[in-house]
Design a protein around this ligand. Structure first.
Ligand code: PLP
Length: 387
């Protein structure tokens, strides 16, 4: 059965064959990793192997990997470790950082028009705080793919006595991620973005740093996260991490992404490609044409068998302008017409051809959601070509 063209890999990636096989093997066994008998020891071995693989993916130490229920929990756990410090985050963080940050009264750093965090503003917010800071910044944005100057931010923040957390959920497996080179203290990963199962993630520490458990229980995960480990999911995470460490065919994926953008620009319609002048993940393209709302485009392309997202998938149940595009200084109408195409190892040139064909048809038929949505004109990222 042809299930269509999947171009929504930043929302979730398919399970890698190795992860599926590993999980199937684990699910046929019995054993609690905390049990001392042979069955328990075997379950523990699966978890330990995964811990090694996840640590290796980010150049970390296995003993400093805490498995969680996903990236959301790992981000929450990191922020929970701030111990009275002033929280400083950027305006384009994932909601799993932004929501707890808002509740904690965080200082929010601005981003530039190209989607990069304004480092000088962030440094100013650290200086302004009356207590030492706890900084949380993402390595790559889930909507635009823009790679953030995390190493620079960490260097500045740590010189001012801050602790630094990095959400590397979208970067892992797509660009090299090394916790020491980044110079951060805490780092978040999610299994399902790298071809592991949904519902598993990890918080990796750079050293002996405070962690305040969110889930209290039987002392699992070195007292950092209670509850019997999700052994099958963790083992699948480990298998995916093993493969993701190779960084796969990201160069090929970047060529597909760049070709897609060139061809869309070639339509001669107004097209803003967000973050195009910044360093981006190889697989992500976020753009607005201004002729249709994102909701209309997502539905029309879905009818054509193509799966993409309007802004962040995590909020796509409710259609509202992307906070990321808004934070970059674009107006509500532009933010509300932004869509995201995100590619992965299963995509081919044929998928790009199908997308471009469907895009052309959608633009021609009368699905217009109203008047010109007021695309910002004349900025560096504006990829319009003369009509
Ligand atoms: N951080 C970023 C940047 C993400 O894109 C996501 C998921 O979309 C998360 C965190 C949350 O990860 P999870 O889905 O594993 O909870």
């Amino acid at each position: 059965m042809n299930r269509g063209v999947y171009m929504d890999w930043n929302a979730t990636a398919p399970l890698r064959a190795g992860a599926l096989a590993t999980m199937a093997a684990v699910l046929q066994e019995v054993g609690n990793p905390s049990s001392v008998h042979a069955f328990g020891r075997r379950a523990r071995a699966w978890v330990d192997h995964a811990r090694d693989a996840v640590a290796k993916l980010v150049g970390g130490r296995a003993a400093l990997v805490t498995f969680t229920s996903g990236g959301t929990e790992a981000n929450n756990l990191a922020l929970h470790a701030r111990q009275g410090r002033t929280l400083v985050v950027s305006a384009i963080e994932h909601e799993s950082v932004l929501r707890p940050a808002r509740i904690a009264g965080a200082q929010i750093a601005r981003v530039g028009r190209n989607g990069e965090i304004d480092v000088a503003h962030l440094a100013y917010l650290i200086d302004k705080a009356d207590r030492p800071a706890f900084v949380s910044v993402m390595l790559a944005n889930n909507e635009t793919g823009v790679i953030q100057p995390v190493a620079e931010i960490a260097r500045i923040a740590k010189s001012k006595g801050a602790l630094v957390h990095c959400d590397a959920v979208q970067a892992a497996g797509r660009v090299p991620v090394d916790i020491s080179e980044l110079g951060v203290d805490y780092l978040t990963l999610s299994a399902h973005k790298i071809g592991g199962p949904q519902g598993a993630g990890a918080l990796v520490l750079a050293g002996d740093l405070p962690v305040e458990p969110l889930v209290q229980g039987g002392g699992q995960e070195r007292n950092r996260r209670g509850g019997t480990e999700n052994v099958a999911a963790i083992a699948g995470f480990g298998a995916a991490a093993d493969e993701a460490t190779q960084l796969g065919d990201n160069a090929r994926i970047a060529i597909l992404r760049d070709a897609l953008e060139e061809r869309l620009v070639g339509f001669g319609l107004p097209l803003t490609v967000f973050g195009r002048t910044a360093m981006r993940l190889p697989n992500t393209s976020c753009f607005a044409s201004g002729t249709k709302t994102a909701e209309t485009l997502v539905m029309a392309l879905d009818l054509a068998g193509i799966a993409i997202s309007a802004g962040s998938a995590c909020s796509s149940g409710k259609v509202r302008p992307s906070h990321v595009i808004s934070a970059m200084g674009f107006d509500a109408a532009t933010a509300g017409s932004a869509i995201r195409v995100s590619l992965g190892w299963q995509n081919s040139q044929n998928d790009i051809d199908q997308f471009v064909g469907a895009w052309g048809r959608v633009q021609r038929i009368g699905l217009s959601a109203g008047p010109d949505t007021g695309l910002a004109r004349g900025d560096a990222d504006d990829a319009r070509i003369p009509a």
